[in-house]
Ligand binder design. Structure first.
Ligand code: HEM
Length: 130
């Protein structure tokens, strides 16, 4: 069953399902195992932060206070192409949980944040651009 409303409860369902896929994914799994850990106990605080993050982004709840750019910059380097896989799995999960206009909202917002993180992580101005 899919729902067309976003609540704290649907955010938790979405995020739990998404990171379950991420942990089992051949490409993303190892990066997250390194950055977060392998046990449920290590994942618990990460999942909690991600509920708060998406609640802040989609419901303007103000629950998340953090600096995602810095967190990602501090991770061991990973390939830019992994963002495509991240977005693919995220969209897939959104479509499992939601229907209607909410699906497009999640896709638009996740793509926008991914673009901004990629600029911060990979964009290096070169003299040819100046
Ligand atoms: C290939 C792409 C990505 C990888 C490999 C990745 C990896 C990670 C890892 C390992 C952490 C845990 C860092 C820590 O606890 O120290 C993290 C945190 C986080 N990620 Fe990502 N991420 C990716 C893309 C994204 C995207 C697209 C978003 C948002 C749409 C996002 C949002 C966040 C947030 C909000 C945190 C929590 C930061 C905090 O602790 O305050 N990530 N990410």
């Amino acid at each position: 069953m899919t729902v067309d409303q976003i609540t704290e409860e649907t955010i938790k369902i979405l995020i739990d399902r998404f990171y379950h896929k991420v942990r089992g994914d051949a490409e993303l799994g190892p990066v997250f195992a390194e950055g977060v850990g392998e046990t449920d106990a290590e994942w618990e605080p990460h999942l909690k932060r991600m509920y708060d993050f998406w609640s802040s982004v989609m419901l303007a709840s103000g629950k998340y206070q953090g600096n995602p750019m810095k967190k990602h910059k501090d991770l061991p380097p990973f390939k830019e192409e992994l963002f495509d896989r991240w977005l693919e799995l995220f969209e897939q999960t959104v479509r499992e949980v939601h229907s209607g206009e909410v699906v497009e909202r999640y896709i638009t917002v996740s793509n926008r944040i991914a673009e901004s993180l990629k600029l911060g992580l990979y964009f290096r101005p070169t003299t040819s651009l100046i």
